[in-house]
Design a protein. Sequence first.
Length: 329
Amino acid sequence: MESNRDYGFHIYLRGIILLGFTLLFFKLLATGDITNFIAPRMMPFMYFAAGTLFILGIVQIWRSGSKNKEELVCNCGFDHGESSTPIQSILIYSMFVLPVVTGFMFPDNILDSSIIDKRGFTNSKVIVEQREQAGAFDGPAGGESGESDTSRAEAYLDDPEGYMEDQENGEPTIDEQLADAPLEHPEGFELQEPPEGYYEDLKAEMLKMDTIVVDDERYIPMMNIIDMSIDEFVGKKIEMVGFVYREADFTENQFVVARFGLSCCVADASVYGTLSNMSGAGDLKNDDWVKVSGTLTTTQYNNWTLPYVEVDTLEKVEQPESPYIYEYY
């Protein structure tokens, strides 16, 4: 009977932990804070996970009250006896209890410029071309993902020695270019593909605008279009909202208007930034949220031709309720 009570207690405790995770998920879903961790398109999985954890927790608590040992453990021929010491049990269970407790006690932290310091500033044009080279993104124009790799292979076959000299003289290899690429998505996750003709229609709409207002719902595709077709947008007026970021080699008047974009969750967050210039920008601090209006032009940065905004007006604003941007199609 004592053994049964031990089994029952551990099963009951596991049920409580499962219900704790259920309540944490419910709290994040009810407050909307869940979008600080995952993209909205992942929400169905969260509802499924919360429901599954709730059912499993109730089942565990129900089983814990049984007096029949065969109902408490599986009949697999393996000894499931609780041989661990009380200290070992406390350490093991604390690994599951602490995330629940801290999830209720501490506020959510938003990704900021300190993350960019670790990963480095990457313009969305660079992100797109890195994805193309990795075969993970077809790009706004729907080009072939293997085109870049094929051209490199042909260059090597035509002149192996010349190709290797180019690599040694500073031309970045594919591995070097991918070193700063966003983290990989979870296994089985597929990047959302835009509807056929989406980029073409949006580009035509943007070219007709007197001022391109980069809204949150279309932030990623709009910036991708500008970055990949910058020559067509030079001289256009643009308006956007983001937080300030500076790197050590920026001039006093240079800064990036940045946003974090999520495809799946914060683990794969990519920094979408637009290099900007404004007299007196030295007073701005990293992570200040601003609304800028200016004129699009181009500049060279780390051997990339990037969009560049000559800022006409800048207004400090509050952090948006949803600071991240997502891929909506």
